[in-house]
Design a protein around this ligand. Structure first.
Ligand code: FAD
Length: 409
């Protein structure tokens, strides 16, 4: 192929989503290239920082299918109940693993730990070649082939593949370079993320609490800690980040209340500006977008990575299915079916997350009353609650093999 290095599948981005795809496709007789701006294991890689990731039950199934769940579970805390409430008001609802007849609604693990497990496994995959550190600086495709231009060690190279997958995150170069249409929302909010140790045991309960300044999530972690995602208005971020530990604990306690007793210790803090972005077209000839490159969500519902992992499972199903049938893994049929399969889930989760973030940040009394009545109704109506639980667990709709806990092929 013109002297350019040629792959069956080239993945741009070795974050949690791209690395998961590389691993899921490994062992199937394909030549896979994984391009990332950071060398694998680079401690400065921001995708694998200390943020706590709530993994839905459906993500556990996908990791089981990939054979990595046990390693992830070694340092993951189960979520057995989710408690949703509105600060200072009557409405609340609660979801429980027992009611849904599963051992856990989901699990909490740090991005760092998930990254360590994925990268350790990838090291043993002779068919996945890391092309890193390398920066993708150009992309093009036609009916026959997709090409990326990279800069590596000060030199330019061109690589080509039958299927190019963009997993290059929220500010995706590939998405921008191809001019794919997007819908975007800005919230004027940022998430302050840390962990706290409460005086009472968390008993594996996750809390979603809605306050006037924005939502708060508290997720159970190992060693009795809880991960905090505290949404604050942009103009408050600096102030909250600058508080000393005691003042931070005091301010957070005032927002969350005393359901878990007194918060006694706090970990390192980090802040992330929040926006929501979703592509309305996720494929081009021989190119598919997955993960945050296709949808970047408000973290309040803890769905971004879970949604990305479902993109991985669907694409793997279609590409390996085509390969097994002697068809083209990057052909029009695979890409058309991928886009159709994922569109509804991506749109629904983005809209629901956006709705949650907006409705629950709205201080107007009629909106408050409506949402409190809504939550109360949800709590009194088991079928509606089951539907909400199924959505939170990521097990709705047609499920690919991996999402049923089966190996990719
Ligand atoms: C505070 C917070 C809390 C969250 N909590 C949850 C949660 O509880 N549950 C959940 O499911 N999700 C959660 N999320 C979302 C989740 O973190 C993301 O959805 C997920 O990390 C996205 O992974 P990704 O691989 O798609 O993108 P990224 O992690 O952004 O990876 C992109 C990769 O592409 C590489 N790259 C980019 N451009 C180039 C280029 N031009 N050339 C070469 N390489 C390039 C980057 O180096 C990077 O490695 C949270 C997010 C935040 C901010």
């Amino acid at each position: 192929m013109n002297g350019q290095a040629a792959y069956d599948v080239l993945i741009v981005g070795g974050g949690m989503v791209g690395a998961s795809l590389g691993l899921a496709l490994s062992g199937q007789g394909l030549r896979i290239g994984l391009i990332d701006a950071h060398a694998p294991g680079d401690p400065a890689q921001p995708s694998y920082d200390d943020r706590a990731i709530a993994l839905a039950w459906g993500s556990r199934r996908i990791f089981e299918g990939m054979g990595v769940w046990q390693d992830i579970a070694d340092d993951a805390e189960p979520i057995c109940e989710i408690h949703v409430s509105d600060r200072g008001h009557f409405g609340f609802t609660h979801l429980s693993a027992r009611e849904e007849q599963v051992p856990a609604l989901g699990y909490v693990a740090t991005a760092r730990h998930i990254g360590q497990v994925l990268l350790a496994r990838l090291r043993d995959c002779a068919d996945v070649q890391w092309i890193a550190p390398a920066q993708v600086v150009g992309v093009a495709s036609d009916e026959q082939v997709a090409r990326v231009h990279i800069e590596r060690k000060g030199a330019s190279e061109t690589l080509q593949a039958r299927l190019l997958v963009a997993a290059d995150g929220g500010r995706s170069f590939v998405r921008e370079a191809l001019g794919l249409p997007t819908r975007q929302w800005q919230y004027g909010q940022s998430a302050v993320v840390t962990n706290v140790t409460p005086s009472r045991p968390h008993r594996n309960v996750a809390f979603e609490r809605f306050t006037e300044t924005g939502p708060i999530a508290l997720l159970p972690m190992s060693e009795g800690r809880c991960a905090v995602v505290w949404t604050v208005r942009d103009e408050q971020v600096e102030e909250v980040m600058a508080l000393d530990d005691q003042a931070f604990l005091h301010a957070f306690q005032a927002r969350f209340g005393y359901r878990l007793g007194r918060f006694e210790r706090v970990g390192r803090r980090a802040s992330y500006p929040l926006s929501l972005l979703r592509v309305t077209e996720s494929v081009r000839p021989r190119i598919a977008l997955i993960g945050n490159a296709a949808h970047t969500l408000h973290p309040i519902a803890g769905q971004g990575f879970n949604l990305g992992l479902r993109d991985v499972a669907a694409l793997v199903d279609l590409a390996l299915g085509a390969d097994a049938a002697g068809d083209d893994i990057g052909g029009e049929t695979v890409l058309y079916n991928y886009e159709r399969w994922r569109q509804r889930d991506q749109r629904n989760v983005a809209l629901a997350t956006d709705g949650l973030a907006r409705i629950f940040s709205n201080p107007l009394p009629p909106v408050r009353l409506a949402r409190n009545l809504g939550m109360l109704a949800l709590d009194l109506l088991p079928p509606a609650r089951h539907r909400l639980a199924a959505a939170a667990m990521g097990v709705q709709g047609r499920l690919p093999r991996l999402a049923r806990g089966l190996p990719p092929r």
